[in-house]
Ligand binder design. Structure first.
Ligand SMILES: [Zn+2]
Length: 491
């Protein structure tokens, strides 16, 4: 991408919106939204505080949020009007009456002639919806955003991926997309600043504004590419010669987006929608309970009994849910620990992308109800964002780290938990062991079962997620011995 196309910094007529409907700032926002053709959204939130005995100096005016989801405290909207002009609004949700904003926002989200842009916006929408429903005491939040275009998809399209096909699993942060496409860098420090503190600093306002603002510019790159490709497609009337001429016309026009063209073709061809279902908006613990109901009754009962006895000390709060054991997320520096935790039957995930930003790690722990284990002292400063959900592992060696986690979280590991989870992917095993014949069939094409096992009567276990096969060989028995001692299980 041509770095020369990098946009100017936000036109810093950023409008900070506070006050009620009669305030000039809020009425200006509502007018701009009514006239907008494209609106880019982003949101900043303050995580829930799970410990009710918060000290009284926590004078945050955030509304109580019974769903236990984070409270959105800042909503950013970059609007582009009919004339192509941009305006950026940073709405302080702690300082505007949400009742005045609810109906215009809901209408905007669903207006068919306004394209909504966002970056992995579904999670933000869940939080935003919960924030409004909690504050207004109403049942209906924001369940639908349509037409919608996710900048992650736009990015992949710009990189030459077919949008109809499945996208690569690894996703980039908005900061790295902006750096790559626009040659601008977004502050990573401010991303994790305390968004419930007031007044917002000038830096926070600018950061928040640029997050939404740059989405419009990424859209422009997308629009340019789409226009060129449509004009060059074999179905277009233009000849090749004609086409290159028109393509250069289009790119030279810069930001003068021809709105008539975009609205119909881009919306019909590329836009998507976000629909929130009931399960998206439910608090995690209740969702997990439903899952538990699905597992076998006997096992479930045993786990529940165990759960009630278990009194977790800080930093783990058992109200997070789970099957009586915390679920972990191991930062990239301690992936070896993740494997060890899986060996003793604990749910230990690794980050969903290779070089996660702090916020992505935090997002993942909220979404999946996990505790972040890290050796990165820098991450601990976000501890306030995630009460009881970040723990810094002090030991250096994997075995010591495992012992430290078991000890700190006072976990009682029973023998039947050992080797009950796929060490490769954190998946669980099929309910019934496979016979040798079934295992050979299942291993075809991706795993070799040593022939020395063929004449031994052995059970094979298959991971339900990645299909990896495991069997109780010598290594298995050695490992069990090792973990029995770490977990203080007596024979
Ligand atoms: Zn697996």
């Amino acid at each position: 991408m041509d770095p020369a196309a990098a946009p100017p910094p936000p036109p810093l007529a950023v409008h900070l919106v506070t006050g009620d409907a009669s305030s000039p700032a809020l009425s200006h926002l509502l007018q701009s939204l009514a006239a907008a053709r494209i609106v880019a959204f982003d949101a900043e939130w303050k995580p829930r505080r799970r410990v009710p005995s918060a000290p009284s100096d926590d004078a945050s005016p955030a509304p109580p949020n019974p769903t236990q989801l984070p409270t959105v405290t800042v909503l950013q909207m970059a609007c582009r009007g009919e004339d192509g002009g941009n305006e950026v609004f940073v709405v302080d949700l702690l300082a505007v009456p949400l009742a005045d904003l609810w109906a215009p926002l809901r209408e905007l989200f669903e207006r068919p002639d306004v394209l909504k842009l966002g970056f992995r916006f579904k999670q933000d929408l869940v939080y935003l919806s919960a924030t409004f429903t909690a504050a207004l005491g109403c049942d209906s939040g924001f369940n639908r955003v349509e037409p919608f275009l996710d900048v992650t998809n736009v990015y992949h399209y710009l990189k030459g991926h077919d949008m109809q096909k499945k996208l690569p699993k690894e996703t980039k942060s908005l900061a790295s997309i902006c750096e790559e496409l626009l040659n601008v860098s977004l502050s990573k420090e401010l991303q994790c600043s305390d968004w419930s503190c007031r007044p917002l600093s000038e830096g926070q306002i600018q950061y928040a504004a640029s997050d939404a603002y740059y989405l419009l510019y990424i859209f422009d790159l997308f629009h340019q590419k789409v226009s060129i490709e449509e004009k060059c497609s074999p179905t277009a009337e233009a000849s090749d010669e004609h086409c290159s001429q028109r393509a250069s016309d289009c790119s030279s026009s810069g930001n003068d987006i021809c709105f008539d063209g975009y609205s119909t073709s881009i919306i019909t061809k590329y836009s998507d929608r976000i629909l929130l279902t009931e399960s998206d908006t439910k608090a995690r613990s209740s969702r997990r309970k439903e899952k538990q109901k699905l597992s076998s009754d006997a096992k479930c009962k045993e786990k529940f009994d165990y759960n009630t006895e278990w009194m977790g000390p800080p930093p783990w709060d058992p109200s997070v849910g789970g099957d009586g054991y915390p679920k972990f997320l191991c930062d990239v520096m301690i992936e070896g620990l993740a494997k060890h935790l899986r060996c003793v039957g604990l749910d230990a995930a690794t980050p969903s992308c290779k070089k996660p930003q702090p916020r992505e790690l935090l997002d993942q722990i909220y979404k999946e109800g996990r505790i972040l284990l890290t050796r990165d002292a820098k991450l601990i400063k976000y501890q306030y964002l995630a009460t009881n959900q970040v723990y810094r592992v002090k030991s250096l060696l994997k075995h010591d780290q495992l012992a430290e986690v078991i000890d700190t979280f006072q976990l009682k590991i029973s023998e039947d938990r050992l080797m009950s989870r796929c060490t490769k992917c954190n998946g669980s095993f099929i309910q019934k062991p496979l016979t040798l014949e079934e295992a050979i069939e299942a291993s075809k094409g991706f795993q070799v079962i040593p022939s020395c096992l063929f004449n031994r009567n052995m059970e094979f276990w298959k991971c339900t997620d990645c299909n990896q096969l495991y069997w109780e060989g010598t290594q298995y028995h050695n490992a069990v011995q090792k973990f029995m001692s770490v977990c203080n299980i007596s024979e």
